[in-house]
Ligand binder design. Structure first.
Ligand SMILES: NC(=O)C1=CN([C@@H]2O[C@H](COP(=O)(O)OP(=O)(O)OC[C@H]3O[C@@H](n4cnc5c(N)ncnc54)[C@H](O)[C@@H]3O)[C@@H](O)[C@H]2O)C=CC1
Ligand SMILES: CC(C)CCC[C@@H](C)[C@H]1CC[C@H]2[C@@H]3[C@H](O)CC4=CC(=O)CC[C@]4(C)[C@H]3CC[C@]12C
Length: 361
């Protein structure tokens, strides 16, 4: 049957395979891709958990490498059937310079595309982001939007700019001839804010709550809604896309898909409380709101301090003018494009996603 050695013939490469999302993609592939023969996990920093995967029926090859180094990427891609490119520098806090963000997110993606072309790899799945669309610099709400909803996608921050540029490169590469004469088939997935096991910001909020005696203060009005998506479902969508891209190349090639599931639309803080509440934290009197002008003042102060302290130390708190604007702008998606195009249905229900995340926090 599907698990026999003859049916195992595909080689997958996951870049960023040791990150928050990447690890879930790696584990999902091992569980849900019966044709897998070899799984290459490429990352700047390899996780020790990879060792335990090396004893199974699939050959798991850990590759320590840098996507900004074209030769390292080409060596890892050579001979792979599918590349899932999740590696990226996720930084909206000013930890890395704009140049580094572009180098990793844009040049790194160029290197992955060129490696596919040079080595004859035909299928490329790119992890983009909702941030490619918005919220935009004008703070326009995006309410229950889909992939075709008109929206002024204008950005200034290096992270969304770099993701948008990289996504464009990936989509434009669809149809390019690869070594051997066949065509490259690409598509991009746009997760909204991902949560689940391994979500560091959730842990940061938890520890902050503990420091404040088990309380968190509401900063964003409950009416500002965000779409959030469970990491297991994002990973599942990547695996499904990778599996279906060959059969449905004409339909899916060059397309973008929002990543969605049944997680409820809520404000960023109310959503986090779904997990932090059962872990013993409470949101102080839900009618009391930290005034917006005070948040803006603090965010601006943080940005100023970051700039002043830069020569001495890295000061990169969660609150800055950009994160405040994102948290304070409604961004919700409502779409069934992934279901129509490749039969996606969330693998994990909201209850299941919630339970797993609470257990992890
Ligand atoms: N976390 C979120 O809410 C969202 C994330 N995304 C995208 O999903 C992808 C994965 O993000 P996360 O798992 O959250 O981030 P992460 O930081 O946990 O994972 C990224 C991985 O890429 C690796 N990496 C970074 N620079 C590299 C380089 N130069 N060469 C090789 N590997 C490198 C890191 O070591 C890390 O393991 C990113 O492309 C991000 O833009 C999209 C939407 C939402
Ligand atoms: C009390 C403060 C105002 C709360 C700050 C919360 C912020 C740290 C987070 C609010 C929204 C988050 C972003 C959003 O989920 C979309 C994202 C998509 C990505 O591709 C990367 C991560 C992120 C930018 C995410 C980052 C943290 C927030 C800004």
């Amino acid at each position: 049957m599907a698990d026999s050695a003859e049916t195992r013939k595909l080689v997958y490469l996951v870049t960023g395979g040791c990150g928050f999302l990447g690890e879930h993609v790696v584990r999902m592939l091992l569980q849900r891709e019966p044709r897998l023969y070899e799984l290459r996990v490429f990352d700047l920093h390899l996780g020790p958990w990879l060792e335990e995967l090396k004893t199974g029926p699939v050959q798991v090859t850990a590759i320590q490498g840098d996507v900004t180094q074209a030769h390292e990427v080409a060596a890892a891609v050579a001979g792979a059937h599918v590349v899932i490119h999740t590696a990226g520098l996720v930084d909206v806090f000013g930890r890395a310079s704009p140049e580094t963000i572009y180098e990793v997110n844009v040049q790194g993606t160029k290197n992955v595309i060129e490696a596919c072309v040079q080595t004859g790899t035909r299928f490329l799945v790119y992890t983009s982001s909702m941030e490619v669309v918005g919220p935009n610099i004008k703070g326009h709400p995006f309410y229950r939007g889909n992939e075709d909803t008109p929206y002024e996608a204008i950005h200034r921050h290096p992270y969304p700019c770099s993701k948008a540029q990289a996504e464009r490169l990936v989509l434009e590469a669809n149809g390019r001839k690869v070594h051997g004469g066949l065509s490259l088939v690409t598509c991009a997935l746009r997760p909204t804010g991902i949560y689940g096991e391994g979500h560091q910001i959730m842990r940061d909020f938890y520890h902050q709550g503990l420091r404040l005696g088990g309380r968190l203060f509401r900063a964003i009005p409950a009416s500002v809604e965000h779409s959030r998506v469970y990491v297991g479902n994002v990973a599942w969508m990547h695996v499904l896309v990778a599996q279906e891209l060959e059969q449905r190349a004409a339909l899916m090639g060059g397309q973008v898909y929002f990543c969605y599931d049944e997680s409820p639309y809520k404000s960023y803080e109310d959503f986090n409380m779904e997990f932090l509440g059962p872990c013993g934290l409470r949101l102080v009197d839900t009618r009391l709101l930290v005034p917006y002008w005070l948040l803006m003042l603090l965010a601006t102060l943080n940005a100023l301090l970051q700039w002043l302290l830069r020569p001495l130390l890295l000061y990169a708190p969660l609150l800055n003018p950009y994160t405040l604007a994102v948290a304070n702008t409604t961004f919700t998606v409502s779409t069934d494009k992934a279901q129509r195009h490749f039969g996606y249905k969330p693998l994990f229900s909201w209850e299941d996603s919630r339970t797993r995340t609470i257990r992890w926090v």
